[in-house]
Write a protein that binds this ligand. Structure first.
Ligand SMILES: [Zn+2]
Length: 269
């Protein structure tokens, strides 16, 4: 049984408590993310093609050098799944599905997906969501424990395990999603890509939703409607233009991925 990685990233919790401060330290966040990453690595088939991995990592690193916020140990992994999906774990790990590479038309579109996930991490959205989730689930005691000085690693591991095993999924708020678009676009521009690539990929999502809803259902269950996101970003980026749109490397990597045996579907359907 395949357990959705979104169970890790997205907290479907309607916590009424809105906390003004992030009660989870950067260190705890990184440790929780490390634990979650181990679980995801055990559950998700990873695309092992060295050239694809190093290409995606290269784009990711170029973006993270332009991200503000704590110096997280960012990493980039490609899941061998055909659906379009991407998610960020607390404190650094970013995943995209192979389906993202295959459905993006240009490097700027791929960079847009990565930049959005990097922005979630850089803005520490997971710290908010984990805190809210622990409060909502009456696990605030664990939080107190994590803030104690002793056994920090093992407490973080305990929270990571709770976040995973509880099945309550890390779902970012709409405000967080909007912020990830805005901040992600800024990161793209600073790193030299045309941020309009992000809008174009939202159009890809919208078209795909009409053509094959199942291929984007997981992604769309955790993100606002693509048309709405695109309209908002278009207004925001109105005065912004220029930047790298595509490279021969992207087209080479995409062609290579398309020649591989078809990727399995998430959930093994
Ligand atoms: Zn998001």
């Amino acid at each position: 049984m395949y357990r959705m990685p979104v169970a890790v990233t997205v907290l479907a919790v309607s916590a009424t408590t809105v906390l003004a401060v992030k009660l989870i330290s950067v260190k705890d966040e990184i440790e929780i993310g490390r634990q979650a990453q181990q679980q995801v690595k055990a559950d998700v088939p990873e695309l092992r093609e060295a050239s694809v991995r190093s290409y995606v990592t290269g784009i990711g690193r170029a973006l993270t050098t332009r991200a503000a916020g704590p110096k997280y140990p960012y990493s980039f992994s490609v899941a061998n799944y055909q659906e379009i999906n991407a998610f960020a774990l607390p404190g650094g790990p970013v995943w995209i599905n192979r389906g993202v590479i295959e459905s993006a038309a240009t490097e700027a579109q791929l960079a847009g997906v990565l930049a959005h996930e990097i922005a979630h991490i850089a803005q520490r959205h997971a710290a908010d969501q984990i805190t809210k989730s622990l409060v909502a689930n009456g696990l605030i005691g664990l939080l107190g424990a994590v803030l104690g000085n002793d056994g920090r690693g093992s407490r973080a591991a305990q929270i990571g395990a709770q976040v995973l095993a509880g099945g309550y999924m890390l779902k970012f708020s709409r405000d967080d999603e909007r912020e990830a678009d805005t901040v992600g676009a800024r990161i793209m521009r600073r790193a030299g890509w045309d941020p309009r690539g992000m809008i174009e990929f939202m159009e890809v999502l919208r078209r795909q939703q009409g053509r094959d809803p199942g291929s984007v259902s997981v992604f769309l269950s955790t993100h606002p409607a693509p048309a709405e996101r695109a309209a908002r970003l278009r207004t925001e980026l109105k005065s912004m233009s220029g930047g790298r749109r595509d490279t021969p490397q992207f087209q080479t990597v995409r062609a290579r991925v398309k020649r591989l045996p078809p990727a399995p579907r998430m959930g093994g359907r």
